[in-house]
Design a protein around this ligand. Structure first.
Ligand SMILES: *Cc1c(COP(=O)(O)O)cnc(C)c1O
Length: 381
């Protein structure tokens, strides 16, 4: 684990137990101390290498019919880029929803005036392939089905491969928001019939925010030509730009890309997908054990829970207020995340980013101290 103290400062950065932005390595931050022109051949080489490595990590290749495209903006810009670019003019979208990020996809479609049908499933259970099959039967006109892999609202994982098989059998396009899972939770794109997968530089790859990553099936991308409803977010044109000149169409996030090159090297040094997952699993395991010992209850059943983020219920104690809990932890150098559920009072603790089991242990000590300071005796809950 590297130092969290920057040269010229005395206090370390707070540790972010959030799903993004998240804590990044000093080496990742240091990689940004460079100005590179957007047409500099060194920069273009880095972009090309990153695109190839992303395909490797996804277990696909250019010759095997997939493309990796980088799109400026946060992760949601990547989702909006796909939704706005790939549906035919009067195309229809079916979104399977069991959390806030699924709802966001439907919202994006509605704003774009794309006809959207929603399959709503309870936030505490995975969407099954049977749910999706029934929804397609009800909405046979849908051209495309979208689903979230790890619903970061709760940390729940949806069975994307099973769902994808149903979607492919019905001949629909398949879009997966794998923002918080890609690089950690394995997903076989071919087996799942994924046409577009979206992730971000600033989730499990532990890069700095600045761009989204789209892994796309080449045949699907080719069909997307001329379908864009936005100039900036046009995925086909972005791909054409990267392929023809190696360049972004508009100013690229050069520093974020330099940071990403460095963080991808660390990802490989850590052992790629299984290596990173092992650390996140160790973080989550410590967190769950410690929080259970303190008397907290999780929102999800353990079997549905991923190692990305865990949702805990508010303790039912009159002196507990999330606001004070959050602020007191923040004062101690630990940043947690509020809940985002429709029907339950909860908060979330992420176990991704440059966070290690020892950091989790330190967080648990801070949580125990904070509860004591607030006068919340968990025995009384
Ligand atoms: C983080 C996240 C997003 C949005 O990413 P931003 O970078 O905040 O735009 C979308 N979907 C999922 C599942 C996420 O976890």
């Amino acid at each position: 684990m590297q130092s969290r103290i920057r040269a010229g400062t005395e206090t370390p950065d707070k540790i972010l137990f959030t799903p993004g932005p998240l804590s990044t390595a000093m080496s990742t931050k240091e990689a940004m101390l460079r100005d590179l022109g957007s047409r500099d051949s060194a920069f273009l080489d880095i972009v090309q290498q990153i695109r190839t490595k992303l395909l490797d990590i996804a277990g696909v290749s250019q010759s095997g019919g997939f493309e990796a495209i980088l799109m400026q903006g946060s992760g949601t810009f990547g989702v909006e880029s796909v939704i706005s670019s790939v549906l035919p003019r009067h195309g229809r979208l079916l979104v399977a929803i069991n959390g806030a990020y699924g709802r966001r996809i439907a919202h994006i479609a509605r704003v774009l005036d794309i006809s959207v049908a929603e399959l709503q499933v309870a936030e505490n259970r995975p969407i099954s392939s049977a749910d999706v099959e029934a929804a397609i039967r009800k909405h046979p006109e849908a051209d495309c089905v979208a689903v979230v892999h790890c619903e970061t609202t709760t940390g729940l994982v949806n069975p994307v491969t099973d769902i994808g098989k149903v979607v492919a059998a019905k001949g629909k396009m398949f879009v997966v928001d794998a923002m918080s899972s890609f690089g950690v939770l394995p997903l076989d794109l071919e087996a799942a019939g994924v046409d577009y997968l979206i992730t971000s530089a600033n989730k499990c790859f532990e890069g700095v925010p600045g761009f989204a990553v789209i892994i796309a099936r080449t045949t699907a991308l080719q069909e997307a030509e001329g379908r864009a409803r936005s100039v900036c977010l046009d995925i086909h044109s972005q791909w054409q730009g990267l392929e023809s000149s190696g360049q972004f169409r508009f100013t690229p996030p050069t520093h974020a890309i330099l940071a990403f090159e460095r963080t991808l090297a660390s990802f490989e040094e850590e052992g790629g997908v299984p290596g990173r997952r092992a650390r996140y699993e160790a973080n989550r395991e410590r967190l769950l054990r410690g929080m259970t010992r303190l008397g907290f209850r999780t929102y999800l059943e353990p079997g549905h829970q991923s190692c990305i983020i865990t949702t805990f219920m508010y303790p039912s104690h009159p002196r507990f207020s999330f606001e004070s809990f959050y602020n007191l932890l923040n004062d101690r150098g630990f940043v947690i995340y509020p809940g985002k559920l429709t029907h339950s009072d909860c908060f979330r603790i992420g176990t991704v980013g440059q966070v290690f089991p020892q950091d989790v242990e330190n967080l648990l000590v801070a949580i125990a101290q904070t509860l004591e300071e607030m006068g919340v005796d968990m025995e009384d809950c």
